[in-house]
Design a protein around this ligand. Structure first.
Ligand code: BGC
Length: 426
């Protein structure tokens, strides 16, 4: 079968992402404490929250241990081994995060040893020819800050900007790309609106307040960082959902799409305005909405999380971002797939649609798969397997999944080779 060759722009960054709390192990922060207090409840509630096939396939979700991050992947000690793997898979970039509770375990007291640790991490990324993308806040808060209300506290922006400034001053000489906040809208939705993540508020007024505070935190950190070094590229990573009306001729369905789009995709971008040097897009979700907010997705294929796989959505989202005239990096896109039967196609299909946008002039400069390793999936715990690399949580052995090797070919050749019959993007 003849193959079409979809070449990506020169210098395109290829890699994978992780976040500190999900892989490092040994963290003590608001999440680690919440996990211990809620593990039993989460295990008991699992059958109600998941489909029967999920409970059957992942019985570990019924055990409290599943919900405690504990040693996670022990990446804190094994990062060099993990970067060797990433390098062997031809990645030329790597995204990871810094854990605030390690750097500032007590209010205003910064830990130089932990800075030294992350300096080694950054050097190890660079030594393997990978470009570091460093996230400064991937959701977890030091306990002292959580006690003050975390992002609900009006001083959060001050605390965050002070921490960010400390980090970039100490570690900035080898880093070009910084991501201040990871997916603020996910936290606003899950922690303050639907309320199933810590601190489990279910209050739309608080949610609206947190929007403002997180945006202020980003903006303040952005300004301070750029004052230190205007060459740094600073952005925030934004989860975007591709949202369609159930019936494109129905005005009410269209209205529901507008409202959802505003709160999920638009509001935070508006609040950040020009305080960003690139757009960091994270794509997992497609929604078809029937008025008022009923989801009518067809769900032809799903991940182990039960999430619909809808590659075309990435194309529409990044096309729509073209108007901002900023470089775009896809800083997360991935799936839970323990059998590794869907990951290869998932990656190729998303890249096929990304390439279509690029060929139409959209300035996409990088793709980071979520995730390099299986890891701790927040309130779901360890059963969802998002890794290009499988982790045996008993022995902590790493095993490269076949799909990772397929992705490696794309990274190495800067090109997606695809059967001509699979190219139909109309
Ligand atoms: C987050 C990750 C998470 C992934 C899969 C993203 O929303 O940034 O921390 O593991 O999605 O749910």
């Amino acid at each position: 079968m003849e193959k079409q060759k979809l070449k990506f722009p020169d210098g395109f960054l290829w890699g994978a992402a992780t976040s500190a709390h999900q892989v490092e192990g040994g963290n003590k922060n608001d999440w680690s404490e919440w996990e211990k207090a809620n593990a039993k409840r989460l295990a008991e509630e699992a059958p109600k929250k998941h489909a029967d096939w999920q409970v059957k396939k992942f019985p570990e979700m019924l055990t409290p241990e599943n919900y405690i991050s504990g040693a996670a992947c022990d990446y804190y000690n094994r990062f060099e081994e993990d970067f060797d793997i990433a390098k062997s898979l031809s990645h030329n970039a790597h995204r990871f995060s810094i854990e605030w509770s390690r750097i500032e375990p007590e209010e205003g007291k910064f830990d130089e040893q932990e800075i030294e640790h992350y300096r080694k991490v950054i050097k190890a990324v660079l030594a393997r020819g990978m470009e570091p993308f460093v996230t400064i806040w991937h959701w977890t808060n030091p306990l002292w800050l959580a006690e003050k209300g975390g992002p609900e506290n009006r001083k959060f922006a001050f605390y965050f900007a002070r921490y960010a400034k400390f980090v970039v001053e100490k570690l900035g000489e080898d880093v070009k790309f910084w991501i201040t906040l990871n997916e603020p809208t996910s936290v606003i939705a899950a922690a303050y609106s639907t309320g199933y993540w810590p601190p489990q508020k279910k209050n739309p007024i608080v949610a609206l307040k947190v929007y403002k505070i997180l945006a202020k935190a980003h903006n303040q950190a952005y300004r301070e960082m750029k004052k230190i070094n205007s060459d740094w590229k600073v952005g925030f990573s934004n989860i975007l959902q591709y949202i369609e009306p159930n019936d494109e001729h129905n005005l009410l369905d269209k209205l529901s799409v507008k409202v959802t789009n505003y709160f999920s995709n638009q509001k935070f971008l508006n609040l950040v305005g020009s305080n960003q040097d690139f757009l960091a897009v994270q794509y997992y979700f497609h929604k078809k909405i029937k008025f008022p907010f009923k989801q009518t997705n067809e769900n032809k294929t799903r991940t182990d999380m039960g999430w619909e796989i809808y590659p075309e959505g990435i194309y529409h989202l990044i096309k729509n971002l073209q108007k901002y005239n900023l470089p775009i990096y896809i800083t997360e896109n991935g799936l839970a797939d323990v059998d590794d039967t869907k990951r290869d196609k998932f990656i190729k299909d998303h890249l096929k649609w990304t390439h279509k946008a690029i060929s139409e002039g959209v300035d996409v400069r990088g793709y980071f798969h979520w995730s390099l390793l299986d890891n701790f999936e927040w309130d779901k715990g360890f059963w969802p397997r998002f890794g290009l690399v499988e982790i045996d949580y008993k022995t902590l052995e790493r095993k490269i999944r076949p799909s990772a090797r397929e992705y490696a070919k794309i990274c190495q050749e800067n090109m997606l080779k695809i059967e001509a019959e699979n190219l139909d993007l109309t």
